[in-house]
Structure formats: C-alpha cells, structure tokens
Ligand binder design. Structure first.
Ligand code: HEM
Length: 418
C-alpha cells in the first residue's frame, strides 16, 4: 500500500470550500506557499479537488488531528478492502508491499505500540547525543573533499551523505554502502509520487527486492556473530518472550534507512537556502548551541521537507462540520500549518530568533518522528561546521525543488565560497 488513496468520490462539497492546485504543476510545487496563504485567508479546511479529499492547512487542526484517535495511518485493522472499496494489492509490487507491511508508519495500536517500543530505545536523545563528534567529523571530511573546487552541488556533496552514513552505521551497515542505500531508497520513494506509472512501480519494486535480499544476507551474518549495532539489537530484543520476526526487522531497517535520510537531506538543503537568502549573518545563527537549536527549528518550520500526510477516518465522524465516513481520507498539511499566521507571528518571515514555539515538521501523536532527536543533532552539527568552514558560502544558480510535491526538497543547490 504505497500511497493512501481516497477511493469513494465525495459529493456535495459546497463550491466555496473547494480548491484546486495541481501537485505536478512546477509553478505550484516550486512555491506552494501562496496557495497556503490563500487557504489560510479563506478556508483552511477545504476540499482539495486534485487529490479528491478534505485537507487541513491550519496549525490548530493539523496538530489536533495528528493526535486524534478517530483517524489512523492504516484502516485494514478496522475494515476490509471490500468494505471501503480499496483495490486488491498488485502482484508486480509485492516486494515493495512486503517492506511496507510491518512498517511502523503503516501500523496502528496494538501492533504499532509493540514494534515502536522495541525500536525506540536506540533513538532517544541520550543515545543519539553520543553521535555529535562523528557527525562533525563527517562534515569536515566532506568539506575537505570539495573545498579546493570553485563550486559544488551541496545536496550531493554534503547534505545527502551525512544522514545516509549516520543511519547506515547505526543500523550496522558499512559506510561505503551509503551510495547504494541512497539509490534503493530514492527509487522506492518514487512510489509516493502523484499518479505513479507502472514503469516507476516496477523499478521501485526491483529496488525493494534488492534492498531486502541484501538485508537478509546481513541478518544471516549477524545471527551468527552479533555486533553492537541496531540490527543485532533488533534480532536479539526480547520483551517477555516477544521477539521481532525477520520480516519485521527488514521492514524496520528499510523504514529507518529511508526515513532516516530523505527528510534530513531536504532540510539541510532547504535550510541552507533559507539562511543564504536571508540577510542574516550565518555566524550568529550557530554562535551558541542554544542558538543553533533555534536556527534548525526555524529551518524546519519555514521550509518543511514533508508537506502532506494523510489519515483514514476509522469511524463515521465529523470535523469542523465536515461529515466523514469510515475509510475517507483527510490530508494534514504540515508545510502549511507551519506558515499559519494565526500560530506564528510574521509566519512568512525566516526568523531564527523567534520564540513562538514548536512546529509540526516531525508530526505529532503516536507516529511522531522517532528520528527527530537524531535529525536535529545532524542538522545542528553539520550546518554549524559548514558555515564555520565556508563563511563566504553563496548560491550561484537558482535552486529548484524536486517534482514530488509532498517531499519538498531541492534537486540541486549549487554554491560557491570564493
Ligand atoms: C528533518 C528530518 C525528518 C523529518 C522532518 C521527519 C518527519 C517525520 C514525520 C512528519 C513523521 C510522521 C508521519 C505521520 O505522522 O504520518 C515521521 C515518522 C517517522 N520518522 Fe521521521 N523525519 C525526519 C528524520 C528522521 C530520521 C533521521 C529517522 C530515523 C533515524 C526517522 C524515522 C522515522 C520513523 C521510523 C517514523 C515512523 C514513526 C511511527 O510511525 O511511529 N525520521 N518522520
């Protein structure tokens, strides 16, 4: 089940509550913020015609609905496919579906609670704090590698390798596998694109099959000789006799590897762009650990890497007077909620000194990002090293965002420091 889809067309939507923005239109996905501002000024809860479901763009609703137990990421624990008209799974994406089957992101309690409890320990702040020196070292090594050049694509040369290597090493895979992991992951996330083609599905499925086969080999080795890594830990974890199955370990490792870098890469790119496009002196933005934290939070708020997540209504219900039937999909617009003028003063201004509270870039509720403490540390350390080492950093080509609307990140960020 790659993308959540609204299967029953909704009728009776009052025309004034309906809005259109084509997710594949570059004019939209390069800069979705004017659309968000229009919805904030008129109807923050609206029927998004192009997706065919209701969406929520205001902070209060997004934050509340992420925590609302009437809604879930999965529906098949309370309904059958036939009940809500979901299509049967396609055999040509069976390998991809298998990696998703036990993914935390597709589970609801009690299965979700069980799996999350077994994995969570590795990601608490106390554990990931120990990674700061390794992240700094990686950032320095990458800059050493390109500093002699005149310009570089910062996404490829700096933003992408750091989170990929860090999560690979945490799981227990060699750092030199990072490019291969990035390749599998990039091909798999194309399944979340709007209107996926069969060709894309086949390629994503092939990537999932190769990724899984690779992990099965590593798992077989770890069973024979366990190490101090997350994979060995997951294989051996036992809570009152409860252990993770091999498929659960594979789903979790794939999810951690995929979720563990995509959004962090995008936040680094978007954040560096926001900083360089502001008139602010980057030095002051990372001058103290406290200020580095605030700067990273503002990067996450101002140009979030993940803009839209969906939920199923698990019961017939109603939100803000909008009637919803069991199985209906709703869209929670994280990127828009972070720009809600009712929540953030001068919400369209990049201001790393603001103190008006948390954003929703990491979600909320039971699916709140397990990697948030790690991502924050990666962003604080890597961006500080970058601006310390290259104080003259500037953008030398207009940056462009990639064409998957809800994964809002730059394809390329050409910079120079001379
Ligand atoms: C800036 C970087 C990141 C952002 C913005 C981000 C954002 C998110 C969001 C919004 C969700 C919740 C989705 C929903 O509620 O439907 C989520 C879940 C998740 N994230 Fe992240 N993430 C980031 C980095 C990471 C990292 C580094 C890891 C792993 C090491 C990670 C692992 C996960 C996992 C496993 C889940 C599923 C949790 C669950 O369903 O219980 N993420 N992330």
């Amino acid at each position: 089940m790659a993308a959540i889809i609204q299967v029953k067309p909704l009728t009776d939507v009052p025309p004034h509550l309906s809005a259109s923005a084509q997710p594949q239109d570059p004019a939209f996905y390069q800069d979705p913020y004017p659309f968000y501002a229009r919805q904030h000024g008129s109807h923050p809860a609206f029927f998004w015609e192009d997706y065919g479901h209701w969406c929520f763009a205001d902070f209060k609703s997004v934050s509340a609905l992420l925590r609302d137990k009437r809604f879930g990421r999965d529906i098949l624990h309370v309904a059958t496919r036939e009940d809500i008209g979901l299509p049967v799974p396609n055999p040509h994406v069976a390998d991809f579906d298998l990696t998703e089957k036990h993914s935390l992101l597709n589970l609801e309690p009690p299965d979700h609670t069980r799996l999350r409890t077994l994995v969570n320990r590795a990601f608490v702040s106390r554990q990931v704090e120990q990674l700061r020196p390794r992240i700094r070292q990686l950032a320095h090594e990458l800059i050493d590698g390109f500093e002699e050049k005149d310009s570089v694509d910062l996404i490829k040369a700096f933003a992408a390798p750091i989170p990929a290597i860090v999560i690979a090493e945490m799981i227990g895979l060699p750092a030199d596998m990072a490019p291969q992991l990035l390749n599998w992951s990039n091909r798999m996330v194309t399944m979340y694109m709007y209107n996926v083609t069969r060709e894309t599905e086949l390629d994503a499925n092939a990537a999932a099959a190769d990724f899984t086969a690779y992990l099965r080999d590593v798992i077989a080795e770890r069973r024979k000789s366990p190490r101090e890594d997350l994979l060995s830990h997951m294989l051996m974890t036992d809570r009152d006799g409860d252990v993770l199955s091999e498929d659960e370990v594979i789903s979790t490792a794939v999810l951690l590897l995929n979720a563990g870098h995509e959004a962090t890469v995008h936040t680094t790119g978007n954040g560096v762009k926001s900083i360089l496009e502001s008139a602010l002196d980057p030095k002051t933005l990372f001058a103290t650990p406290e200020q580095a934290e605030k700067t990273v939070e503002e990067c996450l708020r101002f140009d979030a890497p993940l803009h839209l997540f969906t939920r199923y209504a698990l019961v017939d219900t109603e939100v803000d007077g909008i009637p919803l039937r069991k199985g209906d999909v709703i869209g929670l617009m994280l990127g828009a909620a972070n720009r809600d003028p009712a929540r953030f003063a001068r919400s369209d201004r990049f201001d790393p000194f603001r103190s008006d509270g948390a954003n929703v870039s990491f979600g909320a509720g039971i699916h709140f990002c397990i990697g948030a403490p790690l991502a924050r540390i990666e962003l604080q350390e890597s961006m500080k090293v970058l601006f310390d080492r290259l104080p003259q950093l500037r953008i030398v080509e207009p940056p462009r965002y990639g064409n998957v609307y809800h994964f809002h990140g730059l394809e390329k960020l050409m910079v120079s420091w001379r």
